[in-house]
Design a protein around this ligand. Structure first.
Ligand code: 5GP
Ligand code: ZN
Length: 139
């Protein structure tokens, strides 16, 4: 269901312009208008959902194949040194548009994107405690 005050719903409806790259029955891909690196683009679901947490699994299942199509085109056209597929859920994760989208995020070595965290060994007791909390929800 489209939301009239949602910028991405308005883009899909053709009411706001975009550099459309691709669309299929469930997804729509376009250039991001505030790109971090050249080729930064977005795959969004055609159906409105806030983010991963409330999206229809069938829409989510369509997102990765669409992302693969775009990523392959970027790989050939722009020859980045890497590509992240990134998706934010909630403010602390960096979500600013509350309509599901995955970023296709081309990377350059030493581009300074603050996405790469170091690998420090975890506390196994703490990991197990958190694991048990999540597993209690999964049943
Ligand atoms: P988020 O911060 O929610 O993970 O990502 C939202 C993305 O949407 C941002 O990268 C932002 O640049 C992009 N964005 C915001 N408004 C528009 C718009 O009107 N058109 C396009 N193509 N991208 C937008
Ligand atoms: Zn929307």
């Amino acid at each position: 269901m489209a939301e009239t005050d949602c910028i991405f719903c308005n883009i899909i409806a053709g009411e706001i312009p975009s550099f459309k790259l691709y669309e299929d029955a469930r997804t729509y891909a376009m250039m991001d208008i505030n790109p971090f690196n050249d080729g930064h683009c977005l795959v969004i679901t055609k159906a409105h959902s806030i983010n991963l947490l409330d999206a229809d699994p069938a829409d989510l299942a369509a997102v990765l194949p669409a992302a693969q199509i775009i990523a392959r085109a970027i790989e050939t056209a722009l020859e980045p040194e890497g590509i992240n597929i990134i998706q934010a859920n909630g403010p602390a994760a960096g979500q600013t548009v509350y309509h599901y989208h995955s970023h296709i995020f081309p990377r350059r070595l030493n581009d300074g994107a603050l996405l790469n965290w170091g690998h420090a060994p975890g506390d196994m007791g703490k990991i197990e405690e958190i694991y048990n909390k999540i597993m209690a929800e999964l049943g």
